[in-house]
Design a protein around this ligand. Structure first.
Ligand SMILES: NC(=O)c1ccc[n+]([C@@H]2O[C@H](COP(=O)([O-])OP(=O)(O)OC[C@H]3O[C@@H](n4cnc5c(N)ncnc54)[C@H](OP(=O)(O)O)[C@@H]3O)[C@@H](O)[C@H]2O)c1
Length: 310
């Protein structure tokens, strides 16, 4: 079984390798999925570069990948919600960069037939993030006006759409080249951070500010945009100099959040949600390396997906 792994921390071309792995056994609570597509996330880049090594120790070769979609080929005796042959969406703790993955049953849901393999794989982590942040981290505290920084990104674009579906007023920022995309997603107002000062443009207007920029680059502007006493949520590090009174929250995955609940919500809304796919690359090591190298820069908006043919 072909999988793509890192043999060490380092540059994509130096450490990403193809390995032949033995299939894992499926116990009573797990499911085997033949993957049709997997997504490359900014988190994978950070993991490969060793940025997480103080919090997560990896055993090499380590197969990256949290997000995928494919067909169920084996189910444990306790699994009742999917059967062999079902098309599913998968969230794994590593391991989706390959031909198959074995995951706990509670980490998969059936994929709606209309959803493409690339959209299903691409939506997983961005949606889990948007959904859990809005529904569980903030809940009723979120307020009526929400600022999404990084609104053109995978997480940001789903946030804009999910918040609009809940009747919120959404202020948004991204680069000028992505203005049309963000407005079309439903943002009520837009500021291009690369041509104007988004912080001054929206000063003191948002009950909640969510910094969904890559690497958390918008803290200064975000604090300016938050109303005093509002919420500031970071997907990366919180600003060190918290100048304004507010509820500063760091979002991260948590055992308290149910993947099954969030992914079921995704399948319910999938026909209304738009996920931009930047590129679909073939299932090769060269594609995985190219995808990683592209994500290290500042690529066009959208997910990079690796897809198997047939
Ligand atoms: N804590 C968690 O659980 C969690 C979960 C998922 C993601 N994340 C993190 O959240 C971030 C976003 O993830 P994603 O998958 O949505 O990434 P993405 O699709 O690559 O989106 C990145 C966003 O950042 C913006 N951006 C890039 N450079 C910028 C700059 N210099 N100043 C301002 N904005 C900039 C982009 O806007 P333009 O292209 O329009 O410039 C885009 O909107 C990543 O850092 C990721 O690691 C954290």
């Amino acid at each position: 079984m072909k999988r793509f792994a890192i043999k060490d921390y380092g540059a994509a071309k130096d450490v990403l390798i193809e390995i032949e792995a033995e299939p894992r056994l499926v116990d009573d609570t797990h499911v085997r999925v033949e993957l049709k597509a997997f997504a490359i996330n900014p988190y994978d880049i950070a993991l490969r570069q060793g940025a997480m090594r103080d919090f997560r120790t990896l055993k090499f070769p380590y197969v990256l990948g949290n997000d995928g979609a494919g067909i169920v080929t084996e189910v444990g005796s306790e699994i009742t919600h999917v059967k062999v042959g079902d098309e599913v969406i998968v969230h794994a703790v590593g391991g989706t960069y390959g031909e198959e993955v074995v995951v706990p049953g509670k980490k998969i849901v059936k994929k709606p037939a209309f959803m493409t393999w690339e959209a299903a794989a691409g939506a997983v982590t961005p949606w889990l993030t948007a959904y859990n942040l809005v529904t569980h981290l903030l809940g009723d505290k979120i307020g009526e006006t929400v600022m999404v920084q990084g609104a053109s990104g995978a997480v940001g674009s789903l946030l804009v759409q999910y918040l609009k579906a809940q009747g919120k007023t959404v202020l948004a920022s991204a680069s000028k080249r992505n203005e049309e995309l963000v407005r079309q997603l439903g943002a009520d107002q837009f500021a291009a951070y690369d041509v104007e000062d988004a912080g001054s443009f929206f000063a003191d207007q948002a009950d909640t500010v969510i910094d969904a920029t890559k690497g958390g680059r918008a803290g200064e502007a975000g604090m300016q945009i938050m109303k005093a006493g509002g919420n500031f949520v970071a997907l990366n590090d919180l600003p060190s100099d918290q100048k304004k009174t507010g509820n500063y929250l760091s979002f991260g995955p948590s055992e308290d959040y149910s993947d099954f609940e969030a992914l079921t919500a995704l399948t319910g809304l999938a026909d209304k949600l738009q996920l931009t796919i930047a590129e679909v690359l073939p299932f090769t090591l060269a594609s995985v390396i190219a995808g990683h190298e592209k994500l290290e820069g500042h690529p066009s908006a959208g997910k990079i997906i690796i897809k198997k043919v047939g």
